[in-house]
Design a protein around this ligand. Structure first.
Ligand SMILES: *Cc1c(COP(=O)(O)O)cnc(C)c1O
Ligand code: SF4
Length: 438
């Protein structure tokens, strides 16, 4: 009610070990647990239920609680949505120079919901809180004037909940020769874990694989950014079959997941995860730290513990598994990795570095925070050596100050509504002909 819940039959039948529930990691991944609500919030909801309050009263309480849960962490709404012609570009986030995120409206759900989801507001909150685009036109126009962008990441939710036919309408316009600077197209997905049939036996599974091939035929790379939380997700035989079929198109599957209490908070699961992935031809990519949103207080582990888990697993895999990077915080200034703990100038410090930054010049510069065994997020860290702030903070203030002043992205009509016609306009006639035929 406060946080979204959905689980499908595949997860219930194939992934959860019911003899271990409620301590089973996959059970914890998809089923709500009382500790996810803060004690005050929980007693408010249970109180309303026990006094027989109306549906409307319960809904109002749930909304009020949602408003306290930091729905869009790391300044996504204020800082990441780009503007063009005096308006926000709907369904687009552009935080790092080379990569644009795109949120097609029909892809803003998942086959099941992870309880730690950092996109929960996409599912639970009223429409005006959502990032979503109904057409690709604004994205295409934006990319045409941004030649520095080389990668588009189509995300959600899970864009592969869309039928291939709908997905195609968002992807094909990106293949236009006017966008030859787009060298890779990525799909952020949990379908490999929650619904591998998407790539094997769904009625449009073959068509999806053809779409991957079609993208690559234009000279672009296709990457599936698969969210895999626990090694058990890779065990069912149909997953190996899905991987074989996806790789058969030439697409590369890279994997990422946060490290989460009760789901995968151990060296064992991560070692198995990375070893299994290498065996199956998957490329380990990111280990994230649980973000400061939703039920983070329930799922989070400290940065120190996350680092121990990462290093412990990293040391046990061959070089092919050491493509994994982390533990990483996707925070307001950028993707910050905790690379180690060290002693410098008599002080115990975390060694940190940017894997991505709002200012690209930050990337790769090591910086230092006072070691704190309890800190679980960047804003809980203090600079080392008595410095008053981190090296990036002054520049970050500057960046924030240059944003479209005093206007929230919701306060003006979206760009889309000013464009005529019900169909997306695309500069590619071949694509238009194809759409008409189908
Ligand atoms: C992680 C992320 C990306 C992609 O970063 P890569 O390092 O290229 O994988 C792009 N945009 C946002 C907002 C992100 O959080
Ligand atoms: S797959 Fe990603 S977007 Fe979907 S519920 Fe899980 S964390 Fe959220």
């Amino acid at each position: 009610m406060v946080l979204p819940f959905r689980v499908n039959e595949y997860v219930i039948r194939e992934l959860i070990d019911w003899s271990a529930a409620p301590n089973d990691p996959i059970y914890n991944l998809v089923f709500p647990q009382p500790g996810m609500l803060l004690p005050g919030h929980l007693s408010r909801i249970t109180g309303l239920i026990s006094t027989g309050s109306s549906e409307a009263e319960l809904k109002r309480a749930a909304r009020e609680i949602q408003l306290t849960l930091n729905a869009h962490p790391a300044g996504q709404k204020e800082l990441n949505v780009p503007w063009m012609d005096g308006r926000p570009v709907q369904g687009v986030q552009h935080k790092y120079r080379e990569t644009v995120l795109f949120f097609p409206a029909a892809g803003q759900s998942c086959h099941s919901y992870c309880m730690y989801c950092f996109r929960w507001a996409q599912f639970a909150r009223p429409d005006r809180f959502r990032f979503e685009a109904h057409q690709p036109i604004a994205l295409v126009q934006y990319l045409q004037v941004h030649p520095e962008v080389s990668s588009v990441l189509i995300t959600g939710g899970d864009p592969l909940v869309m039928s291939t036919e709908v997905l195609r309408q968002f992807v094909e316009p990106l293949l236009d020769p006017s966008l030859n600077h787009i060298q890779s197209i990525r799909f952020g997905t949990k379908s490999l874990s929650y619904w591998p049939h998407r790539f094997v036996s769904d009625s449009d599974a073959d068509d999806l694989l053809m779409l991957f091939e079609e993208i690559q035929a234009t000279g672009r790379h296709v990457a599936l950014m698969a969210h895999v939380s626990h090694p058990r997700e890779l065990e069912p035989p149909i997953v190996a079959e899905a991987i074989r079929r996806i790789r058969g198109t030439g697409a590369v599957i890279r994997t990422q997941s946060p490290v989460v209490r009760g789901v995968n908070d151990g060296v064992g699961p991560w070692t198995t995860l990375w070893k299994t992935q290498v065996r199956l031809g998957l490329v380990p990519y990111y280990m994230f730290v649980a973000r400061d949103t939703g039920a983070q207080h329930h799922f989070k582990i400290s940065l120190a513990e996350a680092l121990e888990i990462f290093s412990g697993a990293y040391r046990q895999v061959s070089g092919l598994g050491r493509t994994a990077r982390g533990p990483v915080m996707s925070a307001t200034p950028g993707k910050v990795a905790v690379t180690g703990v060290s002693r410098m100038k008599g002080e115990e410090v975390f060694v940190l570095s940017f894997l991505q930054g709002r200012d690209p010049s930050w990337v790769g510069q090591p910086f230092f925070a006072r070691f704190d065994p309890d800190a679980a997020w960047l804003d809980e860290l203090r600079p080392a050596f008595g410095d008053s702030e981190f090296f990036f903070e002054a520049r970050l203030r500057e960046i924030k100050a240059t944003l479209p002043a005093g206007r929230s992205p919701q306060s003006v009509p979206p760009l889309l509504r000013t464009l005529p016609g019900p169909k997306p306009r695309t500069p590619n006639p071949a694509w238009r002909r194809k759409l008409r035929k189908s």
